[in-house]
Ligand binder design. Structure first.
Ligand SMILES: [Zn+2]
Ligand SMILES: [Zn+2]
Length: 433
């Protein structure tokens, strides 16, 4: 598109905001601007931070198209705005989305971020410290050890050390845990430390710390025509995570339909989620060439959770023994629509995704990587060996079923699959709001 066309589109969005306020919510126009002229997203975001500090969904949606090399500038501008006035939701949104899509742009600004506290009180307040290694460890340690600093800030500094996920920083945090007594609703001090570790994808394992998220990360790429249900235009599946190029090294894989195994609770046939054939490397799954991930959609969560399955050498899912009476599910469910999907190696920009900040725009069905919890982290204990299970896969809601319906996890959350590689056991649960 010619630059003049981008200027015209940008001008139209800003005029609508001026005339009707952010309630005009020009989401489709902002996405269209981002798709056709990514460079113009910088100008849009800068203008919104400056003149429409309430921000809005249209800004969040447009930020997904900001060119990688423009984040540094936009982050600086957002922090300047917060320096002038702490109440700028548009600036907060820029920092929140940078905390997912552009972490390096935040790492030179960690002092300012600690002082200004954009998004204070949200679950993403400390995300800027993710992947920052050990560069900001010493300032946090000094804060934790400073008896003159408010408790809340000392706790924040402690949680920041965990959020880095850097082994050195995490070790320092554990050594200093008794200085802060991390407050986690419903947990005593010792359990509170573990709950905070889990939230950062970590767990104590003997004398060490184990990461619960595998390094490998792949998005599921659905075939054309897979989603039939119409969506309002502002929720069209156009986000870059919906249009990733499938990786040629993986063949098409079976998704949805029924598996061979039987649900031990209701005696119905299991529902296949995906048949990983072959299993990609770096997922923490060893010794199996193929892994059929399956569960019982009517029983999972509505009757019991988590549900567990053993996987034999052929990868098939077999329900872990259940000793109660046979259940008649309250909510019978069709299988997910059977199809062949592809896997795409996830680009770095989409390594971190969040259900709330995605706001139904992004493809959140992914294998490996860090889970996007909606509630607190829930890694089940393996029913066979008792060890905490690692993350393996998550599936978003709104997946089509065989009967033309749409599958929702609860009220529209995410289904999570975990894995114990020692025992070859998968665990399933879901979360929603
Ligand atoms: Zn069942
Ligand atoms: Zn186990």
């Amino acid at each position: 598109m010619a630059d003049s066309e981008a200027t015209r589109r940008l001008g139209a969005i800003l005029r609508a905001l001026e005339e009707q306020g952010v309630r005009a919510a020009p989401v489709e126009e902002a996405v269209e601007l981002g798709r056709s002229s990514p460079e113009a997203v910088f100008d849009l975001a800068a203008a919104v931070v400056d003149r429409f500090p309430d921000g809005g969904t249209f800004l969040d949606a447009a930020l997904g198209y900001l060119p990688d090399d423009r984040w540094d500038g936009l982050v600086g501008l957002a922090l300047d705005a917060l320096d002038r006035d702490g109440e700028n939701e548009a600036a907060d949104a820029v920092i929140a989305h940078a905390g997912l899509q552009a972490l390096p742009s935040l790492h030179g600004q960690l002092d300012r971020l600690f002082r200004l506290r954009p998004n204070a009180g949200t679950n993403y307040e400390n995300w800027p410290w993710r992947e920052s290694g050990d560069r900001d460890v010493e300032p946090q340690v000094r804060r934790i050890e400073d008896p003159g600093l408010a408790d809340e800030l000392r706790q924040k500094a402690w949680r920041i050390l965990l959020e880095t996920r850097s082994p050195g920083a995490v070790a320092r945090a554990l050594a200093l845990a008794n200085r802060v007594h991390p407050v986690v609703a419903g947990f005593g001090p010792e359990a509170g430390v573990e709950a905070c570790l889990r939230q950062a994808g970590l767990t104590r394992d003997g004398a060490g710390i184990r990461r619960l998220a595998p390094d490998g990360l792949f998005h599921v790429v659905f075939p054309g025509g897979f989603f039939e249900q119409p969506r309002p235009p502002w929720l069209a599946r156009v986000h870059p995570t919906w249009t990733l190029e499938p990786s040629p090294e993986f063949p098409p894989m079976r998704f949805g339909g029924r598996a061979d195994g039987e649900c031990p609770l209701c005696r119905g046939r299991l529902h296949r989620l995906i048949d990983l054939d072959p299993v990609p490397s770096d997922l923490g799954v060893t010794g199996l060439g193929r892994l059929e991930i399956a569960t019982c959609l009517p029983c999972l969560g509505w009757e019991l959770a988590p549900l567990f399955y053993h996987h034999a050498e052929n990868g098939h899912a077999v329900g872990v023994a259940y000793h109660g009476p046979t259940i008649i599910p309250q909510f019978p469910a069709e299988a997910l629509r059977e199809s062949e999907v592809r896997l795409a190696v996830t680009p770095g920009r989409w390594r971190w995704q969040d259900w709330g900040l995605s706001n139904s725009r992004e493809n959140l069905t992914r294998i490996g990587g860090e889970p996007g919890w909606i509630q607190d982290a829930e890694h089940p204990d393996c029913p066979t060996c008792g060890r905490v299970m690692g993350h393996l896969m998550q599936l978003d809601s709104d997946l089509p079923t065989g009967e033309g319906g749409e599958w929702l996890w609860g009220s529209g959350g995410i289904g999570f699959v975990s894995w114990c590689d020692r025992c070859k056991v998968s665990g399933h649960l879901w979360q929603c709001t």
